[in-house]
Design a protein around this ligand. Structure first.
Ligand code: GLN
Length: 244
């Protein structure tokens, strides 16, 4: 099997170790004998060419500061990339987005200075920069069990009616430090504030994303061979013990 990972704006949106999510997805697939191609997709790039084999089977969109978000928002919304990403998610293609990337997949992100940055409206959410810096370790309860990460954002994200949170905050701030929700989930797309990077310490989530990507691509149930996750689970447990 072959997996194409679409790395959205990795040259601009990659802070607090977010590229570690690409490494985790790549290695966990390769350890199972799956061929992996990482496609960097940035300003002015097409998501994929007419050669369908170059079409991403999963997308990752990391965090970034306001100035990068302004550039990326324009590119996402003015090009057809935003529309195509939504179409792919509708088909079941999985996507993981963190912080600045997550914010641009909602309806808009209003930075401290300047006008609202339009998002693509994949998630029924909107974000407004605040004067609170929400920074620190975060633990949430989710459909994948407890997940651990690190957050650093001023943006407060609000879920609109019908939006499904990715999880509920046990420790930390989450979407806005008030309603105890963290992130948003729509079909197999996840938005969250969990840097860290998220996937190396949460192998169950990493494998869920891989499985969804392969099942959507090959149109059948896929059982991933189990890996020795002793190191990953040790890191997970340590973080849980220290930050819960
Ligand atoms: N600029 C956004 C905020 O501070 C996103 C920052 C990030 O990606 N960590 O909320």
């Amino acid at each position: 099997m072959k997996l194409v990972i679409g790395y959205l704006y990795g040259d601009l949106m990659n802070i607090y170790g977010d590229t570690g999510n690409i490494i985790a997805l790549k290695k966990r697939a390769q350890w199972r004998g799956i061929e992996v191609v990482v496609k960097n997709i940035s300003l002015g790039d097409k998501l994929y060419t007419s050669d369908v084999s170059s079409k991403p089977d999963i997308y990752f969109f990391g965090g970034g500061q306001d100035q990068q978000q302004e550039l990326v928002s324009r590119d996402l919304v003015l090009s057809i990339k935003g529309k195509v990403i939504k179409q792919e998610v509708e088909k079941g293609v999985p996507l993981l987005s963190v912080c600045g990337g997550y914010q641009l997949l909602g309806e808009y992100y209003k930075p401290h200075k300047g006008p609202k940055l339009p998002g693509i409206g994949l998630f029924p959410t909107y974000t407004v920069a605040s004067f609170d810096r929400m920074i620190g370790n975060i633990v949430i309860e989710s459909q994948f069990g407890k997940l651990v990460g690190f957050e650093n954002h001023s943006g407060k994200t609000h879920l609109k009616k019908g939006a499904l949170p990715f999880g509920m905050v046990l420790k930390g701030f989450g979407n806005n430090g008030a309603d105890k929700t963290e992130g948003c989930m729509y079909k197999n797309a996840i938005g969250c504030y969990m840097h860290g990077s998220l996937l190396p310490k949460n192998p169950k989530l990493a494998d869920w994303l891989l499985r969804k990507a392969l099942e959507t691509k090959y149109g059948k149930e896929i059982e991933l061979e189990s890996l020795d996750d002793s190191l990953e689970l040790q890191a997970h447990q340590k973080a849980l013990a220290r930050f819960s």
